[in-house]
Structure formats: C-alpha cells, structure tokens
Design a protein around this ligand. Structure first.
Ligand code: NI
Length: 225
C-alpha cells in the first residue's frame, strides 16, 4: 500500500474513533496533523512516521481514557495494516513519550519525528485555540474557571499531575505558560512566541475582569477623558 493511501486510511480510522469533547476531538487531531506537516517542511524528518504519529497520538490518551497508559489502540491499527515493525515501534514510542506529564517531569523525545509531533501537539494547547481547549476540558470535568483561594501547583510527578482537579486558570501556570520554553524546534518556537504573548494578554484581562478592575479603568477614562 502506498503511503498516501495509508495516511488517508489512518485519518478515516481516527476520525471515526475520536469520542472526546472539544479539547480532544478529531479537529484537534486534524490541526496537529496539519501543523506537523508544516513543521516537517522546515525541519525535515520522515513524513510517514510524522503523519502517523500525529494522527494516532491521542487514541489512547490518559486524559480521555484513564485506563490506558500506552499506545495499544494505535499499535493494533498499525499491526492490522501490516506496517513494518520498525515503523510501528517508532510511532508507538513517539505516542508514549509525547504527553506533558507535569511541570517538573521532563519528557525528552528521542527522534526528530517525535520532536516535531510533540511541538505540534503543544502548539495546539497554546494561543486562542489553547485557551478554548483548556476551558472546554475543565468544563467537561466540572472545574471552576478560577478560584483565587487555590494557588497553582508545580507538579513534580506524572501521578500528581494526573490527580490535579484545580480550576482551569491554574492550568495556564501549571502547563500552558511553560510550553513556549519546551519547544524542540526553532520553527515551532517562533509560532509559540506569538501564541504565548496572546495567552498572557488574555489571562491578565481575565484577572482584571474577575476583580472588575476593568470597570474602574472605564470610570477613569470617563472622568479624565
Ligand atoms: Ni493531542
């Protein structure tokens, strides 16, 4: 089977398998797939490995299916397509190494292909889309938007990070603001810079509205035009 047909089949399989809410649905996969191809154009790497890992990376995600920690569903599909063992092993390794496991838990990627897909996945957690996904995920877990009494935590183990049930605004400090400096490739870092700045602006505006500080700003403008 040629690679183009294989990738198209993978896309169909994943589209029909993704059952997560807005933060982890087919459109997340599609964006990560597209971004991975964009990064690969500038950074290189084996396109087949990159596209398969991008497409299959969230099939067994622990956030969606906490009972799965490994890439078993992705592996089963690749085996059923009779892919070479080296391809299957490489894609599975990327999927297992990929996810963010807490502020103090390093997750180094072993290959350029892995670095690219990890960057693409992390870029989708940043910027306007990243903000929307964070609140969609928090909402699906009935979390508060923000709670000034609960300080963010720098999780030092994956087990601790998985237990986290804090308000969604803390997620910016516990993960989203850390992503820019974790980018593997220069191409992704440039995109991350702009998405990072947008999130900072958003959070500072959020906190200002939380305390209705924006109202006093409007009053000030009315009194001192
Ligand atoms: Ni993902």
């Amino acid at each position: 089977m040629n690679n183009e047909k294989l990738i198209a089949d993978a896309a169909v399989f994943v589209r029909t398998s993704m059952t997560g809410e807005g933060s982890h649905d087919w459109f997340h996969i599609e964006r990560v797939w597209k971004m991975s191809r964009h990064l690969a154009q500038a950074e290189g790497g084996d396109p087949l490995i990159i596209e398969l890992a991008a497409l299959l990376h969230d099939l067994d995600d622990w956030k969606i299916r906490p009972e799965h920690d490994s890439a078993s569903k992705a592996r089963a599909w690749m085996v059923s397509e009779c892919l070479e063992k080296s391809t299957i092993d490489h894609v599975q390794e990327i999927i297992e190494d990929l996810s963010f496991k807490g502020a103090g838990v390093p997750t180094p990627m072993k290959s350029l292909e892995g670095k690219i897909v990890q960057d693409a996945d992390r870029l989708d957690a940043m910027g306007a889309i990243g903000i929307a996904r964070a609140f969609a995920y928090g909402g699906s877990r009935h979390r508060a938007l923000h709670d000034p009494a609960q300080a963010p935590t720098a999780h030092s183990s994956f087990a601790q990070y998985k237990q986290n049930a804090g308000p969604t605004l803390n997620h910016f400090y516990e993960k989203l603001f850390l992503l820019r400096d974790l980018m593997n490739t220069a191409t992704a870092r440039a995109i991350a810079d702009s998405r990072h700045t947008f999130m900072q602006t958003y959070v500072s505006r959020f906190l200002s509205e939380w305390d209705a500080a924006d109202i006093s700003e409007i009053h000030d403008q009315e009194e001192n035009p």
